[in-house]
Ligand binder design. Structure first.
Ligand SMILES: [Fe+2]
Ligand SMILES: [Fe+2]
Length: 164
């Protein structure tokens, strides 16, 4: 793992900011839910799930195949774990989106207990996403930056910028 004094490389910096945007969208969606602004919460949960899906697709297309080749042999198998976590996170995001849409479609407002239950359920994806993103930022992306020739890395950063 790189030392904290080492500045992050361009790919890691880009993905850090993409992760913070996803975190911010999820927070806004949960704030709207907490305040029972249900139509807005439904739209924000939809936007968050779409953004998470697009982000995972970007990594599946451009990051993970290269990481598989570039990352040291001992770690190559670990790349598959990221794909598995994408599948799990997208399942949980779809479930959260569906639960909020069901609440928003209902005539009566949610009780406090129902809201607490929903926030508890969302805790799983929040913790999984935090852990997943931290490993991408601290292990996977720095390893990819070390493993790629400079010109290839520069081209990859550009392609990621254009896709997102
Ligand atoms: Fe990821
Ligand atoms: Fe990511």
């Amino acid at each position: 793992m790189p030392s904290s004094r080492e500045p992050a490389g361009p790919l890691t910096s880009l993905f850090r900011s993409l992760h913070r945007e996803l975190d911010h969208l999820f927070l806004r969606a949960r704030e709207a839910l907490f305040e029972r602004r249900l139509d807005e919460a439904r739209e924000l949960f939809e936007a968050w799930e779409d953004a998470l899906r697009a982000h995972a697709a970007l990594e599946e297309a451009l990051i993970l195949p290269r990481a598989d080749r570039a990352v040291e042999a001992g770690r190559a198998a670990a790349v598959a774990i990221y794909s598995g976590e994408h599948v799990r996170m997208l399942e949980l995001a779809a479930a959260a989106r569906g639960a909020v849409a069901a609440l928003a479609a209902r005539a009566e407002p949610p009780s406090t207990r129902e809201l607490i239950a929903l926030f508890d359920e969302q805790g799983t994806i929040r913790r999984l996403a935090d852990h997943h993103q931290a490993r991408e930022e601290n292990i996977l992306l720095p390893a990819l930056e070390r493993g790629l020739p400079a010109a290839e890395l520069e081209a990859l950063v550009e392609r990621c910028r254009l896709r997102q």
